[in-house]
Ligand binder design. Sequence first.
Ligand code: ATP
Ligand code: MG
Length: 361
Amino acid sequence: MGSFSYKLFVKAESKVIINAPLMQVTVYSCILAISWMGAHMIVAEELQTGELMSLLAYCMNILMSLMLMSFIFVMVSMSTASVERIVEVLDEETDIKDPENPVQTVADGRIAFEKVDFSYDRSGSGIPVLKDVSLSINSGEMIGIIGATGSAKSSLVSLISRLYDVTDGRVKVGGRDVREYSVAALRDQVSVVLQKNVIFSGTILDNLRWGNPDATEEECKRACRLACADEFIECFPDKYETRIEQGGTNVSGGQKQRLCIARALLKKPKILILDDSTSAVDTATDAKIRKAFREEIPGTTKIIIAQRVSSVMDADRIIVLNEGRISGFGTHEELLENNMIYREVYESQTGGNGDFDEKGD
Ligand SMILES: Nc1ncnc2c1ncn2[C@@H]1O[C@H](COP(=O)(O)OP(=O)(O)OP(=O)(O)O)[C@@H](O)[C@H]1O
Ligand SMILES: [Mg+2]
């Protein structure tokens, strides 16, 4: 289909190219013809100079309008190509569909992976991204995930909210296979803060309520307190009514991340997933956010993906991912003792003496 729009575009462009010189030739020939005839008529005293001038002006007006008309035709044929591409996207059916009698509520925050294999290529012949992943997470646990870039951390969590379906094995949430739930209900109760956060233009309250349109102002403020976003919001002159520019250009990266966390919290999810969502937040605030999670939403299962060991070391258990496989799953102390990868990451970030050398930014 791509080559089809390409051809349409080339066709439209070739029309534009012929169009411009053709129109120019017509306009200038007309001016020449009128001037030549007019000159003869003036000599024969059939026409006055002023009349010739107005004749020229009128002709130019008409020709200009014709020229613009021809541009409209060109533009229409060009936009047809674009419209077709847009419609193609809108008409695309998702591969992820609701089952017959979908389950609407997630019972609790339990998560289980049973022999999960996953590849982004639907045919299953593509490069496997996750290989033979089995794990079980209790409701209310705080789980850290750590691993090198490309070790499939984001892919692992995307299976929980069923952004993709597994290639083999199954993922269970609240004791049921994710494929038994209504997709909308599942995604409502599994809140994900994506690695690339999205902020819309509008007030802070508008942005927060995008997660839950019925949230009261009190609830919004509580979510911001949990995400440590209240401190900077209170500093704005308009507080919660502060307007955020398109793409969130007037808030900092760390502030944007905290707003996204607050927005995810407003859904009151059973499972909260933060995909590298505090990477731009200083370590002290990062710790404060985790403390608030532990104290104020103990029933919610929290999954925190991070590059910094300091962001996950106080989690109940930590998953160490390596090239799509689980290399270790346990507490900080257990992993330090028997997981090579974890120990290396820890030592490289602390300089081996147990002190994190990074300072809050
Ligand atoms: N949408 C996609 N389509 C095809 N392949 C993908 C897609 N997203 C990720 N991959 C591949 O899957 C592998 C794991 O990617 P993933 O995003 O899960 O890594 P990650 O651990 O989250 O990395 P990072 O720390 O950089 O966020 C990578 O090799 C990547 O090339
Ligand atoms: Mg990722």
